[in-house]
Design a protein around this ligand. Structure first.
Ligand code: TXA
Ligand code: MG
Length: 337
């Protein structure tokens, strides 16, 4: 079942390209504030932006990219002060931020208490990836919006990252609202990602060379790909981290009825049989919309996990639209650990 869901895309109009300038920047900020999707240049590659604090906008972004999984996204902010609202900076992270921001370096850090970024954008993790882009257009859009913007590379899932507005249009036309054309990007590869959770660890090589980072730190980076994590610890590769969040309470998938003592994760207008027996019911989307369901997924799982239930009964979620990614995440959360 792969039928396109109209609500997967934020507009039916053809995607517009506008040349970067004051009018375009103001419009980009206005559309982002309204929950729409705007592609814009950074110094690395073009990003596909959504208001990071708006869960449904983030869900539409996954749908537009056609990602089969909810990989966590990078929150882009205007500078270090804004980044401190989102993440807890240890001494290593602070040194790297002060040395390399703005620039092609993404830092993964513990989420700050009160971080306003939607749970879906961080895939339910307790960590968050943050970066300050070094591009005047990206900077001005972020400043005009005054909120963090999540922005994966502005390509369809599985395609190469775009370095011109024309690349973005070729991949995403009709799926996003606006492309701000700021010319070809200077760096041309994605940002380098360093996790500052324990020892600083290289998660993804990118536009900032490893040597520069090691020089600033005064010691080598641990390497997520070729080992370097402490004995007995899981490797820190992004994909692995992305699969980390799972509730403590057991998940029972495909539930048609509720047993006494269970909590219910519902989907759609008609609840499972014996729903009255549930200690807590939360509906991913009463109107059966996978965009709305995706936006609610991680926060509902957390709330149900805290309800002291014997298990979380999960009603079936269809596989169309974002349903594929929702089911991927539910299956992994239900897998024996
Ligand atoms: O240069 C870039 O970084 C571009 C521009 C647009 O800023 N963005 C970009 O985003 O490359 P994306 O979504 O294509 O790649 C983000 C990567 C993914 O591999 C994801 O797994 C990782 O960042 N990531 C995000 N949050 C993470 C977290 N909390 N822990 C570990 N990895 C994380
Ligand atoms: Mg990408």
């Amino acid at each position: 079942m792969t039928g396109a869901v109209p609500t997967a895309f934020s507009t039916d109009l053809p995607t517009r390209i506008v040349a970067a300038g004051d009018t375009a920047i103001a419009e980009a900020a206005r559309l982002l504030a309204a929950g729409l999707l705007v592609a814009f240049p950074t110094e690395t590659v073009y990003g596909l932006g959504a208001d990071a604090t708006n869960g449904e906008a983030v869900a539409r972004l996954y749908a537009a990219k056609g990602r089969p999984r909810f990989n966590p996204l990078i929150a882009h902010v205007v500078g270090l002060e804004a980044a401190r609202q989102l993440a807890k900076f240890g001494p290593d992270a602070l040194r790297l931020a002060q040395t390399f921001w703005p620039g092609p370096l993404t830092l993964v850090m513990p989420k700050a208490p009160g971080c306003r970024v939607a749970e879906l954008a961080t895939a339910g993790l307790d960590s968050i990836a943050v970066r300050v882009p070094d591009h005047p257009v990206a900077q001005k859009i972020l400043a005009a919006l005054g909120r963090p913007v999540v922005a994966p590379s502005a390509n369809r899932s599985g395609h190469v990252s775009p370095t011109t507005a024309a690349h973005v249009l070729a991949d995403l036309t009709g799926r996003i609202d606006l492309i701000v054309d700021g010319g070809a990007t200077a760096v041309g590869v994605e940002s380098t990602i360093v996790a500052c959770l324990r020892e600083p660890t290289l998660l993804r090589p990118g536009g900032l060379p490893r040597q520069a980072i090691e020089q600033a730190l005064g010691r080598p980076l641990a390497d997520a790909i070729a080992g370097g994590t402490e004995a007995g610890e899981a490797p820190l590769a992004p994909g692995m981290l992305a699969s980390h969040y799972a509730p403590h309470t057991r998940l029972r998938l495909g539930a048609a009825r509720v047993d006494a003592g269970e909590a219910l994760l519902a989907f759609g207008p008609k609840l499972a049989d014996d729903a009255a027996k549930a200690v807590l019911i939360l509906n991913l989307s009463a109107r059966g919309d996978t965009i709305e369901a995706a936006a609610n997924l991680f926060s509902h799982l957390r709330a149900l996990d805290a309800a002291g239930a014997t298990a979380i009964a999960v009603m079936p979620v269809p596989h169309d639209g974002l349903g594929e990614a929702i089911n991927d995440r539910l299956n992994r959360a239900a897998a024996p650990r």
